[in-house]
Structures are given as structure tokens and as C-alpha cells.
Design a protein around this ligand. Structure first.
Ligand code: SAM
Length: 229
């Protein structure tokens, strides 16, 4: 699988994909990441990629021509590329979208906005999906795109050392993940749940379910309400 980030600031993202689990997965060839900078496509003689809004108002918008030509270039090379615009106004990106993306697409392109955003005509022409990572506004789409890419890449075969961990995680069922503990058994006076040490797997599993239920009720009661509806 391949992910392309259309961004004016590729340096913001490169390091993220060089380290840890994702960096190693890329080295092994489980997936690939590349970057395409719309500034390389601008026809403006001063290399500009932004302009004031024609309606007036604060701030600048990314102009259509550099982005239009960048995305057309990507589609000419790969007509099946799936183009995602991370936007605060998009549909909420959730775990099922990450799984769906990993399963359905070979090549995902994230178009990272900057300034006050992107000229709407580019979105209308190229967007296969518009997705938001939450109800707040970031300065640019790079973090949002990295979040979606990271969540998606975990579902590509071979990326995680032990794919079993995917099935036990939050958002895989109607419950969030139960609290987890590691060594030492007692840390600064605080001991782990003693039942976890006794090796009775069915008891441990029941207890984890109860704890997961408490956690979900406390932090995200709406998940339980939705499942019951
Ligand atoms: N003026 C826009 C609005 O009010 O909806 C906000 C533009 S924001 C400053 C610049 C860019 O950051 C957006 O084009 C988008 O790519 C990205 N962005 C900001 N918040 C986001 C979010 N919650 N989810 C996804 N992308 C976001």
C-alpha cells in the first residue's frame, strides 16, 4: 500500500515515518510513503501558492492552480489513487474508516491544507472523501493526515509485530480497552490487580470485561448508549 502526502511542508512529516514501528514497516516494504509539494507545480512567477479570499475576510487560501496540477499529475500516474481531504468540516474519521481504507485502497493521497484552507473548487473536483480528526482547528492538514495514515497503516498486514493486539484494542468492540499493567507487580506502593497474577484466564477475561465496561461508562458513555440503541 502507498500513501502520498500533498503538502507544502513535507519536513513536518518525514521524521514521523522514519522511526519506530512505522519506520521499520516501511523498511520491510509493508507500505510506502511519499510526498508531493504543490509549490513545485505553481505557475506564479513569485512561486506563490496562496492568495486572499475573494469574499474578503481574514487570512489567505491555498490557490487552486498548484493543487489542481499536483493532483492531476498524481491521477495521471495512478488513476485509482483515492484522494482524501483532511478538513475540520469533514465527516469524523473513526476506526472503521482506518480499517476500510487499509482494506479497500492501494494508494491513498492526503491533501494537506494550510492557511485558512483550500479553494473549494479543488475539493469539489478531486475529493473522494473529506474527513475530520476532531472538532477543533489545526494550523494545517499534516497532523490530521499523519493521524489517519498511522491509524490505517496499523491494519496493513505485517505492520504490527503481533496482529493479535489489533483485536483486543479500544473501538474493536463496544467497549474501550481494559486497564493494563506491566512489571513490577508493585510500583511505588501501588500493586497491580492481584487476580491478573493467578493465571486463571477465564477469570482474568471476565475481570477485564468488567473493567472495560467501567472505563467505557466513565469516559465514553455514548458508546454504550449507541450499542444499546
Ligand atoms: N478555515 C478552515 C475552517 O474554519 O474550517 C480551517 C482551516 S485550517 C486553519 C487549515 C487546514 O488544516 C485545513 O485546510 C485542513 O487541511 C487542516 N485541518 C485543520 N483542522 C482539522 C481537523 N480537525 N481535521 C482535519 N484537518 C484539519
Amino acid at each position: 500500500m502507498r500513501f502520498t502526502f500533498v503538502t507544502l511542508f513535507p519536513e513536518l512529516l518525514k521524521g514521523y515515518f522514519e522511526a519506530s514501528i512505522l519506520g521499520r514497516a516501511i523498511e520491510r516494504g509493508s507500505f510506502a510513503v511519499d510526498f508531493c509539494n504543490p509549490r513545485a507545480f505553481t505557475e506564479d512567477k513569485f512561486n506563490r501558492v496562496d492568495a486572499p479570499m475573494v469574499s474578503g475576510g481574514a487570512g489567505m487560501l491555498m490557490t487552486p492552480q498548484p493543487l489542481y496540477d499536483t493532483l492531476q499529475h498524481i491521477l495521471d500516474e495512478d488513476p485509482e489513487a483515492h484522494i482524501v481531504f483532511p478538513l475540520p468540516v469533514g465527516k469524523p474519521f473513526v476506526q472503521n474508516d482506518a480499517k476500510r481504507h487499509a482494506k479497500q485502497y492501494r494508494h491513498i493521497v492526503y491533501v494537506c491544507g494550510r492557511y485558512e484552507g483550500i479553494d473549494e473548487r479543488v475539493i469539489e473536483r478531486f475529493a473522494d472523501e473529506c474527513l475530520s480528526i476532531g472538532d477543533y482547528v489545526l494550523t494545517g492538514g499534516e497532523l490530521a493526515a499523519a493521524v489517519m495514515c498511522d491509524a490505517t497503516a496499523r491494519h496493513i498486514e505485517g505492520v504490527l509485530g503481533n496482529s493479535d493486539s489489533l483485536h483486543e484494542e479500544s473501538f474493536e468492540s463496544t467497549l474501550l480497552e481494559a486497564p493494563a499493567f506491566t512489571k513490577p507487580v508493585t510500583f511505588r506502593g501501588s500493586a497491580v490487580v492481584s487476580e491478573f497474577l493467578k493465571g486463571n484466564h477465564s477469570k482474568i477475561s471476565d475481570l477485564k470485561k468488567q473493567m472495560a465496561l467501567c472505563k467505557t461508562q466513565y469516559f465514553r458513555p455514548e458508546i454504550i448508549k449507541k450499542a444499546e440503541a
